[in-house]
Design a protein around this ligand. Structure first.
Ligand code: LLP
Length: 366
């Protein structure tokens, strides 16, 4: 069962399209659970992950009878037991195992190592499933794993798949018959060249996903997968206007009207996003830093980037902004959220109106 990870982009219009295509949802908060339900995703297709679910969020999930809660600690299991008992409702859980496998991605988005806060060791996972099996309201349904994000090669996934199969066999041996394995997400997109990717249909997902699923072929177990970026990342572009060109003795700065509050990925993960002029009239290439108006030196979209010569007033397109773009945005420097448009052939639809300074101001006591 493919589940869409709402954290990548939770625009309701897109969620509805995703729901219509039959996908379930991977949520990590009561807010995402609300959006998933309201967009029409059935509770039995929703999985709830995260290391710090509150008692209230656990209660909402149990009341809704979602597919499963992915538990990440003994303390969390204790709360789930208590809430299920109080509500007198059964709940299916999966224990998130941390396989100590290196996804070889940016350290901030690597999650499958023992040094990360996520999941529990294999030994603890087995103990927790054994404990859950004894509880009258808990179904120890599965095991869950998520080793990281923006992973561009299949090897860590194949290693994870074999690790899980081995663990599944061990659980069977111990008399615990789980009925699903949740493989998490993390398949990357090719940020270096989004346009070629669309043309050639060469994507990491078409390379990685079959290799990940293959070890489970002929096994009688339900497989779940939680994908965010590989579904929505390539669908979004950030369009920005050049405000000023600034030449210094050191370098050239292209100052644009989008900033780290709109697309945080370059500042936070040193992430590369392809940038192209909307109209490419120039053949001459120059090297420049593309920066925003926010008062931080960490506010940049690209550093030392070779770009066709652009002028003040020109538009630039930042590709691969569909995932973790607006979702990570803030109003820092009191810069209101920008609108989102859905482009379908000739049709352009406003699917998020954005904020204004006044709409932000109205949320405060003055
Ligand atoms: N499942 C779990 C348990 C996760 O923690 C995540 C992402 C996903 C699924 C979906 O991962 P995806 O398929 O989108 O890689 N803000 C960062 C990425 C953080 C990912 C957090 N967890 C970035 O912009 O690169």
């Amino acid at each position: 069962m493919p589940c869409y990870a709402l954290k990548a982009n939770y625009n309701p219009t897109l969620l509805k399209l995703i729901a219509q295509n039959g996908l379930g949802a991977d949520v990590v908060s009561g807010g995402e659970l609300y959006f998933a339900r309201r967009a029409g995703i059935a509770p039995e297709k929703i999985v709830f992950a995260g290391v710090g679910k509150s008692e209230a969020e656990i209660g909402q999930a149990i009341q809704l009878k979602i597919h499963s809660l992915n538990i990440e600690s003994e303390s969390e299991l204790r709360v789930i037991e208590k809430v299920a008992q109080r509500l007198n409702k059964r709940v299916t859980v999966a224990v998130r195992v941390n396989p100590d496998i290196d996804a070889e991605t940016h350290p901030y988005i690597s999650t499958g190592l023992h040094s990360n806060k996520f999941g529990v060791t294999r030994e603890t996972a087995i103990n927790l499933l054994q404990r859950a099996a004894k509880h009258p309201f808990i179904d120890p349904g599965g095991i869950h794993v998520h080793i990281g994000s923006q992973i561009d090669h299949k090897e860590p996934y194949i290693e994870t798949a074999h690790y899980l199969l081995d663990m599944h066999a061990e659980l069977e041996h111990l008399g615990i018959n789980i009925h699903f394995i949740d493989l998490g997400g993390g398949i990357g997109i090719n940020y270096n060249n989004q346009l070629d990717e669309a043309e050639n249909k060469v994507t990491y997902i078409s390379n990685i996903l079959p290799a990940l699923l293959k070890p489970f072929k002929n096994k009688k177990i339900k497989i779940l997968i939680e994908l965010g970026r590989s579904i929505i990342g390539s669908a979004g572009f950030l369009v920005t206007r050049v405000i000023y060109i600034k030449n210094t003795p050191q370098k050239k700065f292209i100052i644009v009207d989008a900033a780290m509050n709109n697309l945080l990925r370059p500042s936070l993960y040193q992430a590369y996003h392809q940038i192209l002029p909307l109209r490419n009239d120039h053949t001459m290439i120059e090297k420049a830093d593309v920066v925003g108006p926010v008062c931080e030196s960490s506010d940049f979209l690209a550093k030392g980037r070779e770009l066709p010569v652009v002028n003040e007033g020109d538009f630039l397109v930042v590709t691969g902004a569909g995932a973790y773009g607006q979702a990570l945005a803030s109003a820092y420097n009191l810069r209101p959220a920008i609108p989102e448009y859905l482009v379908d052939g000739e049709n352009i639809d406003v699917i998020f109106a954005g904020d204004t300074v006044e709409s932000i101001a109205d949320r405060y006591k003055w």
